[in-house]
Design a protein around this ligand. Sequence first.
Ligand code: NAD
Length: 468
Amino acid sequence: MDTLESLLAAIAPTGASRDILNPATGELVAKVAEHTVDDLNAAVAAAKKAQPAWAALGHEKRSELMMKAADAIAAHAEPLAQLLTREQGKPLNGPNARFEIGGAEAWLRVAAATPLETEVVVDDDSGHAELTYKPIGLVGAIGPWNWPAMITIWQVAPALRMGNAVIVKPSEFTPLIVTALIKVLNTVLPEGLVSVVSGGREVGAALTAEPSIGKIMFTGSTATGKAIIKSSADTVKRLTLELGGNDAGIVLPDVDPKAIAEGLFWGAFINTGQTCAALKRLYVHESIADEVAKELAAFAANMPMGVGTDENNVLGPLQNKKQYDIVADLVEKAKAGGGKVLLGGNPDESQPGFFYPTTIVDHLSNDNALVAIEQFGPALPIVRYSDIDQAIEWANGLDVGLGASVWSADKTKAREVAERLVAGTVWINSHGGVHPMIPFGGAKQSGYGLEFGVEGLKSLGVPQVING
Ligand code: NAD
């Protein structure tokens, strides 16, 4: 499996299949297995068989095997990145495909290495009590198409670390890379412990209702998150829900526009805007807005977009036609609402891929659709404000709250604003960076539960108190 061809051969479907097309070119990448609820049931049976022995191995031995699985990702990193680029669209270069596979390896290693000690919660005259975390058993992992490899590892790694078996249901848009990644992990892990069921929404829905699954790790849209809450209710499953966002960034009047242009750009346009915690609404103080908009547009204009296998490109296509149409429609609404297009906004419909040009629209009102609705693509709206209270009210005005950012030369001032924002993470002078030891999760309808670090491990276990 050390070339793209041999990796694809190793995951070639034997039964029913469908074509996966490259979103940059329309060409066939490969066929993927079209799994059904019967395949899900087989995966559940295999996981039930494998999980008790995995739990019994204990933390040290499990960590050792997980480190070997991370070595296997490293050994197959280039063919995995090549496949990710062809299926998802993101370029090999820049903070894209190779970066994502490297992140998957890094998160797996950190989950393997992070200790979760038994906590003595009371030890005095009133008694002695300890808190520990036991394996849940079987965990279902359902993911999106934007960072399919990294998010799969975010879900699978802590689950394995805590002694669980996992059944992964990838997005129907990016099943190949997830299937290949699990194939690589399974060169090391025991048989049946981690399986992929690459079916459609009905398979995802069956997974969330399956009685023997104790927990669902879900990353995707808020609408699907709500469906999962309902379908998992009868079996009272534990849930970690990482849902949609529409992150605000607030730029205070004291910034140096040139100095922040690069950070603003990558905060908004990483993965061509298809990132849950990307900067999706930019509020800029009117006294400095012309300069900030000019510097940002100048930086953005120089960032090459194109087919991901070309090493020059750092931006790619939208992953699918549906997302392309959402972005195109929102930009049209921004134009109709009086927005001033500083860059982009004029897609070349004659080319084969789902390329939407890097777009920045200034002078928008806060109620414009491009501001109020998650665009999940390369189109950033700028809203000018005069009063910081108004900016904070606008930033907090939606029913989602995944991330937010404050940009200022004065860290104390930035912190004061940050504390007033309702979001799971508020970054200061950057946006969207994640770290395997820093807990990550959403506020409001961006979901609940934390991933990463010790908090992330705890959420993949069942707390048990021994009192006495
Ligand atoms: P989606 O909700 O359409 O699909 C996600 C997954 O859910 C897919 O695997 C899909 O097959 C499955 N699914 C669909 N219906 C289901 C059901 N009824 N039961 C069970 N599973 C079902 O999301 P998407 O379009 O793939 O991803 C984009 C969205 O994800 C954006 O809103 C983005 O903000 C969000 N997202 C959030 C995070 C985060 O960490 N908070 C990360 C990435 C993406």
